[in-house]
Design a protein around this ligand. Sequence first.
Ligand code: ADP
Ligand code: F6P
Length: 323
Amino acid sequence: MKRRIGILTSGGDTPGMNAGIRSVVMAADAAGFSVMGITKGYAGLIDGRVDRIKTEDVDGIVQKGGTILKTARCEDFKTEEGQKKALQVIKAFDISGLVVIGGDGSFQGARVLSHLGVPTIGIPGTIDNDLAYTDFTIGFDTAVNGVIQEMSRIRDTMESHERVGVIEVMGNKCGDIALYAALAGGAEHLMIPEIEFDIDYVCEKIIASRIKGKMTSIVLIAEGAGKGEAVANYMKAKASLDAKAIVLGYIQRGGNPTMADRFRATRMGAHAVQLLNKGIGNRVVGIRDNQILDEDIDEALSREIVFPVDLYEEYKIMSENQK
Ligand code: ADP
Ligand code: F6P
């Protein structure tokens, strides 16, 4: 009899988590494994919220945002006591390998479990795109697509009133959502944590544009760089600009995943099962140069994030050459 695989989603939910779950269940079934779904991440593991998940349970979920397994942030799992409880549950349910879909925090948990003897594979699920070992995390593409759609709506109304739209986006400490959305959506100004910015210079540029007849600008600010509200207030007070702050918030985390997220999640899920089938654990799956790969968790987590300077330079060309 083949062993059982467990699967959980952890940290902030992302569009594409369901595609990953579906892929793991399908690939595991094809390889002769049964799959146990753990509800609410590590919290559910500690509490024993474990149920069989079959191929029919994942029918039609490839297109759905969120995660059918629910997710959580669980402080207890960071303690030895919590980890011991989780290990007991894993043993009680006869789970011999685990797939964790989440971000770097969730991967720390995956590493702990692997070191406790449960082969565990991580799949990068976070909209933030803040994992250095992979070009893209699952959910990032959908989040950026959502941001550029909202940006164009906001631009319509800002243009009608000749206002400045200051749009705050998520990303935790990483500016990728803002950077990619600025490049793809044509934001005039960008504030990200990785690059120093001067708000007075941005105000001067906006005023210069207005003198030339371009009455509306979009400023994208990553949450890691500051608050949209504070920037808009400053622009109003110091430069008499009619600036409006918009916090996009959880809109960025919901919605049907894009083709890119479904595709990557499906491929990564299948790859994770292949590893477990060979008895391999303590690895994370990712994508570099369009190739699916896996890497040791410790190595992956110790990599420094390299800021995509080339993208930023390209964005600057677009921004500096506007009217
Ligand atoms: P993400 O996975 O998106 O980075 P978090 O950083 O909130 O999200 O982490 C998700 C969960 O992973 C935490 O709530 C906790 O249960 C677990 N986790 C985070 N860091 C550790 C750690 N150092 N050791 C064990 N588990 C951890
Ligand atoms: O990590 C994903 C993320 O959406 C970040 O971009 C954001 O800072 C955070 O989670 C929000 O977390 P919560 O769901 O706890 O509000």
